[in-house]
Design a protein around this ligand. Sequence first.
Ligand code: GAL
Length: 991
Amino acid sequence: MHSRLSAYVSDTTPGRGALRTARSWLHSDAPSRSLNGLWCFRLSPTAQVAEDFADERFDDSDWDSIPVPSHWVLQGDGAYGRPIYTNVQFPFPIDPPHVPDENPSGDYRRHFDMPADWSAAERVVLRFDGVESLFRLWVNGDEIGSASGSRLAHEFDVTSSVHPGDNVVAVRVHQWSAASYVEDQDQWWLPGIFRDVTVIARPGGGIEDVWLRTGFENGHGRVETEVTADAAAFPVTLRLPELGIEQVWATPADVAPFDVDRVEPWSAEQPRLYDVTVSTATERITMRAGFRTVEIRGDQFLVNGRRVVFHGMNRHEAHPERGRVFDEKHAREDLARMKRFNVNAIRTSHYPPHPRLLDLADELGLWVILECDLETHGFDKLDWVGNPSDDPAWREAYLDRIHRTVERDKNHPSIVIWSLGNEAGTGSNLAAMSAWVHARDAGRPVHYEGDHAGEYTDIYSRMYASVLETEQIGTDGSRSTLLNCTPAQGARQRTKPFLLCEYAHAMGNGPGALDQYEALVHEHPRLHGGFVWEWRDHGILATAPDGTPYYAYGGDFGEVVHDGNFVMDGMLLSNDVPTPSLHEYKAVVQPVRFTFDGDGVAITNLRHSADTSDLRFRWRVEHDGTPLDSGDMEVPVLAAGDSARVPLPRITVSQVSETWLTIDAVLAAGTAWASDGHVIATAQLDRSARRPAPGVRPRTSWRQSDGTLKLGIAEFIDGSLVRLAGRAVAGPGLELFRAPTDNDEGASEAVEESDASVAGVSHAELWRRDGLDRLTSRRMSVKRTAEALQTIDKVSAANSALSVTVESVWSLEGDGLELRVEIEPSSGWPTVWPRIGIRFDLPDGAAPVDGAEWFGLGPLESYPDSLRAARTGRFSSTVRDLSVDYARPQETGHRSQLRQLALTSAGTELLRIVTLPDSYGRRPGFTLSRHTPQQIAQAGHSFELPDSTTSHLIIDAAQHGLGSRACGPDVWPEFSLRPEARTIRLRIAAG
Ligand code: GAL
């Protein structure tokens, strides 16, 4: 038995027994019963367990029960093992196609009642929509068959084993199998029956499958129907009531294409769907057809004759409690949220989602790249030796996978591209998949990023190409070589449309440079945008030892091999909260462009095909962030691609405060994904009168001092500030450190654009090496005048000769207190700096600082290469909400270009700070947090942060950019912070 069983789990063929061929996931009126619900369950540590449980008389009364669909590792509170997270690594020895004897195997049993009238059915079919990774099926003790392909549908003919009344289904699921080698996606390994199980009565004379291939050209629709049914099932009738269409086909030979007039096309922007029924005497299929034609013309990817720009997200199925188990409400909200953030496309990375998701994409309007369930990334470690993609033993499995993918989902208008899989190297099995798709569906191109040289796919696709490289790809006739391509292959790739199937790695705080990528799309028509990696964090809800709930990542379940928090790289946190990067994304890709000139603004509609009749334009004027005036703006309806110049409203310019005009394009009426008034695009214009900043008063009467004195609200002892407005304060001290972001910790080689980066070494490592997180200081002098105090400190780290000289001058200017800090680096600092700031520590005292109100950029955090979502205005926040709860604590909360800041306690102002521009006109930013950068850098999860009795205010003259180096390019040079001299000037007053 032992050897037979191990042979079975290491079988590369995709399935056996009464497994049926793939077909569409259809909405039919044929009788069916869901077998979702509680099943009896037993978990064994190996696959070598007796099969007696399959017998219908087997006594399972002492088994547990488990819900189907679910993953067993997310059930039973650890009783059934724990999830494992790996990116590329295999969590078992690389010994293909074998897997270890330690192979958790779940046995499932349940009864179901088959209605008596089902005996009239021609066939009874059992469908499994998703089982990870290999399973065997028995019905009433008969072995029916087996299947692998975790995120694919498998149907079995069980007609000869079922009978009216009580039936017993038994399923054995193995966590590991040969299939695990081709399902090495970057995600949690989550075994179990995790999608629906259905028993279906197939009527005689029914419709096995139907495919409506719809097209749209010059205002006309076209329908080519493929009906799979016995000749005896005819006549088949297709009805499209809204257009008054009824086609009756008497025999299979009569099925013919037909044209429809007056049809509206389907697009992601206007997802027009038409109800269709296809029926025989015994079965009726209900469908929703969308008319669109996908085509590649030269190097352009077109839908309905117009170029598509993908503003896409890579979407995994991930939920903190359910894992990959589908929840329609949650999924619908997810897609609606995408629409609200100007996302127009998804790549179903890296496998077909629950089939219902595609109904939602059709309905809400998203372009979809539908990807097959295939990845063999772990073979990279072996230089791809033994990669299944090029091994004939796997050909059948590869073809079975693409076959099941395309057949299941072929009816969806939202799917415009098929993708063969992800990171599976290259080889003849992939070429065979592509050939099969080309033969089966000439109406959609084939994508696969790993086909670097363009040997068998239709689109040139890359992941994480830098801005420079992307520009080179977009540039005509460039002789620059492309990655992994000979010059001739590169030339071939340049004849194709290009997309970034992954870019902008959204891990932790970041990415930066979204706007630079977007700008390229508008300059180079060959570039068709891309798909951010990725939509959401995959954290799993867990409980810390102290009872605090948190979102677990790799390593939190004691995995032997894991990839830490690399699974937390989404634009949404695990609890669905959009990160600032999603707001940035929304602003960068907004479909309306505003270009101010003089007294007018040119407004351009950047959409694919929709005009602007669904939008209203609102304007408002603010003085120092306080609203003064507002109104609606008359903008003519603009067709896609058109623009119009409209005059600006009359603006009252203040002489004493900043004057800003803001224009919002908002939805005029509610849609399926947003309510009316929802903002889709924003622009701001600075109309402020020029006001020179007060100069620095020269002082000559400095004399040595013990530094113990009062200046207005400030009290000093030994030259150090100890109290402001009666509150204890420590600092300000120089702060050059930020808790490294995941991008700061990234050590990719992709640094060719930044002279301050070291290939293969992270910035964070260099910062720690240079001691930026452990600066010490030595006071060099303390001097005063009657109304000013000057200190000079030399700041440096242990075992380093590099230093920064910090001159601080506190002075009374009129009634107010001013602080001017000059920060002067010694020569020779080799790296970029994370920040140039000064830190005030404010112990809680009677009234702890718990909030901030400010005028500057907001409302969310911003960094030099991620500033597009930030607008100039007046904002307020609790201290807690100033920080983003990234899965791994890191730098967060920086608000740029601060003008005024009030620190508050229970709504009462404690201190007011006004910033003065430096001689270049630059203003500092701020962060306000309960923890220091050093404390944050120590914590792996937020529950590890120590209890705090202090608030920390950092005023930053500058911050380093974010970049995308956790997986991709480093910070663009322009946004890299090289050590430099900086001035910070603040006016500080009591609240
Ligand atoms: C890509 C891969 C994704 C993900 C990403 C990094 O190489 O296709 O699945 O691993 O890198 O998060």
